[in-house]
Design a protein around this ligand. Structure first.
Ligand SMILES: [Zn+2]
Length: 294
């Protein structure tokens, strides 16, 4: 019996751990599109591959180039030419946003998520437009390619238009990326017009059915890949539980009548006393003669 129970427990544990690893680390649930500029006048996949490799982009066995896709500007790659990087081909997480930094600057929930920039690296498809878009606007061919690619990705992965972000929106530490001349608002509007309208306006994306389930039971978040959100909920719940046990319960106790404990003790004692009187305990050997006359 113990053996069966232990086997079932082990199998369950393996299933749960596998699901956790699968949803959080293996399965790519692309949910954001993050736009970058290269801040260089020229570039292509191999140029950035070498540049990022020198900066340690190959960390943890990832392809060195931090972007998933690159759109050329006519210098070292065709104008508007789309190139896929190794991270896209291998479906690895992106690396365009700098990692956990400036958490202490977070003032809103959104900031909190942004400060965990790895969230956007994990969930975001990172697209880089070649060019220094602080100085020059992207070419119309680049914009055409970008708009078509973003539309296709949004349709394929059901990414809502409000999840299209400039790099600067996806991390707290300041960056000008994707550049002052990049028409980010125009792109978002264009995509929003091209995509089928959502049934219900949902500007945060935080209240879909999955999130409702996670709100109900934060641990479920571990299996839906909403690791950060459910972690946040667990921390909040643990805090509430602590406040309840350390503050609310003692307060509630203190507000009870002081003599209540005594009263309860009396009632309990009385009950046991009555029981003793009404039902004397049958002891072995404590029988009367008439018990034997049957
Ligand atoms: Zn960037």
């Amino acid at each position: 019996m113990h053996y069966i129970r232990r086997t079932i427990g082990t199998v369950l544990a393996i299933i749960i751990i596998s699901l956790f690893i699968y949803y959080n680390f293996l399965r790519r649930r692309w949910d954001f599109i993050i736009i970058h500029h290269s801040a260089t006048t020229f570039g292509n996949v191999s140029v950035f591959y070498n540049g990022h490799k020198a900066r340690g982009g190959a960390w943890l066995g990832n392809d060195p180039m931090l972007y998933h896709l690159v759109i050329g500007n006519g210098q070292k790659a065709g104008d508007g030419e789309l190139q896929a990087g190794g991270r896209w081909l291998k479906q690895q997480l992106g690396g365009g946003c700098s990692s956990v930094k400036k958490l202490m600057q977070a003032r809103t929930i959104r900031d909190f998520f942004r400060s965990w920039s790895d969230y956007y690296n994990f969930k975001g498809i990172h697209i880089c437009l070649v060019g220094d878009l602080n100085k020059t606007a992207p070419s119309s061919r680049q914009i055409d390619t970008l708009t078509n690619v973003v539309e296709a990705l949004c349709r394929k992965y059901r990414i809502p238009p409000w999840h299209i972000m400039g790099h600067q929106e996806a991390q707290i530490s300041s960056t000008a990326c994707p550049g002052k001349r990049f028409p980010l608002v125009k792109l978002k509007n264009e995509i929003a017009l091209r995509l089928p309208q959502p049934a219900k306006l949902n500007p945060t994306g935080l209240f879909n059915w999955k999130i409702r389930l996670i709100n109900f039971c934060p641990l479920l978040g571990l299996f839906f890949g909403e690791f950060y959100y459910s972690g946040l909920l667990l921390i909040i719940n643990a805090g509430l539980a602590y406040l309840f046990i350390r503050i609310a319960l003692p307060l509630a106790r203190a507000s009870l009548p002081a003599k209540l404990d005594e009263e309860i003790e009396k009632v309990v004692a009385q009950a046991f006393h009555d029981k003793d009187e009404n039902k004397p305990v049958d002891m072995p050997g404590n029988f009367e003669e008439k018990d034997l006359q049957c």
